[in-house]
Write a protein that binds this ligand. Structure first.
Ligand SMILES: NC(=O)c1ccc[n+]([C@@H]2O[C@H](COP(=O)([O-])OP(=O)(O)OC[C@H]3O[C@@H](n4cnc5c(N)ncnc54)[C@H](O)[C@@H]3O)[C@@H](O)[C@H]2O)c1
Length: 265
């Protein structure tokens, strides 16, 4: 289809948590490349990002690996410069990195865990936007997509993950309004229950519950077909928002959740 022909995209968290299925960041990077984009694969895990690069190159497409921590401002400055130097421009910034490590309820979470989740999930998106937006302004175009979660809207016991994911909606709307007159669009995707390693392997590792039991319980909670989505569902939404087909769409919060966010209780 080549819906992103000749575009240059940065995807953060383009590696993935080890597991048997594909992660959101990796699937998005692969679909971007298939649709014609040159992709900068950002991750703190070089090996995992390199695996994504090998998958993309095996299909005959282009990608470069950039190892960094997205919470570090100097490294975000270097990331934007490197993308511009290497590919000549930045058309798409896809902020996918997100974690829930150490999250708890409000009375039991440690301050370190809170600070870390807020830094990785939220502040990192500000830092990458801060460096990429000036380049997009000069170009007079650009698309930013930030990955939140339906946890932003739903009740959840995890205070830091939910709060960070809700704040991403506000950050993205602020960026959308502040940059619309430069031709820059900014939107948020809210994945629901997805069958990804972050969700399944991440949960089984911390709870010790059998994998099949975790999958069945999550599947049963999804209104559409009683089955979780996959990383490809998020990736397809990301391609659409990044493409010119979404050229009049900005400031939108798009759930990709099989109707889960419609449920009350
Ligand atoms: N899987 C789900 O069910 C689900 C649901 C809702 C939202 N999400 C969101 O989707 C996003 C991630 O999905 P995924 O499947 O790609 O996850 P993943 O865990 O497979 O991949 C995330 C990648 O981010 C990298 N990373 C983590 N911290 C980093 C940092 N500080 N700097 C650079 N890289 C870092 C990791 O090394 C990893 O490769 C998150 O924002 C998450 O909150 C997922």
């Amino acid at each position: 289809m080549q819906r992103l022909k000749d575009k240059v995209a940065i995807v953060t968290g383009a590696g993935q948590t080890p597991g048997t299925t594909i992660g959101n960041g990796r699937a998005t990077a692969i679909l971007f490349a298939r649709e014609g984009a040159k992709v900068m694969l950002v991750d703190r895990d070089r090996e995992s990002a390199t695996e994504t690069q090998q998958m993309i190159e095996a299909e005959g497409f282009q990608a470069m690996v950039w190892t960094m921590d997205v919470t570090n401002e100097d490294q975000c400055i270097a990331m934007a410069r490197a993308c511009k130097d290497h590919f000549g421009r930045i058309d798409i910034l896809h902020n996918n990195v997100g974690i829930g490590t150490g999250d708890r309820g409000a009375t039991s979470i440690s301050l370190d865990a809170w600070d870390n989740i807020m830094a990785v999930n939220l502040t990192s998106m500000l830092l990458t936007c801060k460096q990429v937006i000036p380049i997009m302004r000069e170009q007079g175009s650009g698309v930013i997509t930030n990955i939140s979660s339906v946890a932003a809207w739903a009740a959840t016991g995890m205070v830091a993950y939910k709060t960070s994911k809700a704040a991403i909606l506000a950050l993205t709307q602020n960026i959308a309004m502040g940059n619309a007159h430069y031709g820059i669009r900014a939107n948020t995707i809210l994945p629901g229950l997805m069958n990804t390693p972050m969700a399944i392997e991440g949960y089984t590792a911390t709870t010790g519950k059998p994998r099949e039991e975790v999958i069945a319980a999550r599947d049963s909670r999804v209104p559409l077909g009683k089955k979780m989505g996959t990383a490809w569902d998020v990736a397809h939404a990301a391609v659409f928002l990044a493409s010119d087909e979404a050229g009049f769409i900005t400031g939108v919060n798009l759930p990709v959740d099989g109707g889960q966010s419609l449920r009350v209780g």
